[in-house]
Design a protein around this ligand. Structure first.
Ligand code: FES
Length: 244
């Protein structure tokens, strides 16, 4: 590992957490994804300082870290607000109102007659009540469409009016309970959890993870004694050709 001047933004507790993340893996570079969440928990995005911090600890180049950070949409290049609101505008949600929800929130959060854009923030990033808005690809909750997430917690079966009320509540400092999952926190705290640090919130994370709609098929099958067909023996599959 090369030693560089530590940017002041990453204090000793972040350095200690980074060491704990690296220790989880047999090879340091494997720790990159949680490390990027860790730097987002401090800065609200992945800055150049965050890229250097990861590269320094993982024996990677800044270009390698940057390539990963810019590939995944969960890593943000600009500072996020207190809350990140992700509206699903993929096909099913869009058809059932996702596009209308996104348009409503863009209009509400915009200023000077200009709707807020994708990954733009209303308010001062990181300050109470600030909101970053984004449209998202399928959030894997199509049975509950249209959905949105706040800091990756689900709000199911939304309407434009309901989503607007939700965002107004967030701006007012409230934290309405998600439809399922853990109680709402803020973007940076959620990022710390994604890095694997729960800071006494362990019990809070025991919320319901599945909606009744999601498990209805499994419940009907259990009720009727249906089971999935047995998997064929491995012996029934042709052997893979040997590597040359
Ligand atoms: S299309 Fe929105 S959750 Fe799948």
């Amino acid at each position: 590992m090369t030693q560089t001047q530590e940017p002041a933004v990453f204090d000793q507790s972040t350095v200690d957490r980074a060491s704990a993340i690296v220790a989880r893996y047999p090879v340091a570079r494997s720790a990159l994804l949680p490390m990027l969440h860790l730097v987002q928990s401090v800065e609200g995005h992945v800055s150049q300082a965050g890229i250097a911090f990861c590269a320094d600890r993982l024996d990677l180049t800044a270009a390698e870290v940057s390539a990963v950070a810019t590939f995944y949409t969960m890593y943000k290049r600009r500072p996020c607000g207190e809350h990140l609101v992700s509206v699903c505008t993929n096909t099913l949600c869009a058809a059932l109102g996702g596009d209308a929800i996104y348009a409503k929130l863009r209009e509400h959060l915009g200023s000077d007659g200009k709707p807020l854009g994708h990954e733009e923030t209303a308010g001062e990033p990181g300050e109470p009540g600030s909101i970053t808005l984004e449209h998202a690809e399928c959030l894997a909750a199509c049975d509950l469409a249209p959905v949105l997430q706040v800091n990756y917690e689900f709000y199911d079966n939304q309407t434009p009016e309901g989503a607007l009320e939700l965002v107004k509540s967030l701006q007012a400092g409230e934290k309405p309970d998600p439809t399922r999952g853990a109680p709402l926190t803020d973007f940076r705290q959620a990022e710390l959890q994604l890095a694997g640090f729960f800071e006494g919130r362990g019990a809070d994370l025991d919320g319901p993870s599945a909606a009744p709609e999601t498990v209805r098929g499994a419940a009907i099958a259990a009720d009727r004694g249906w089971t999935a067909p047995a998997q064929p023996d491995h012996a029934e599959f042709p052997a893979l050709p040997e590597k040359k």
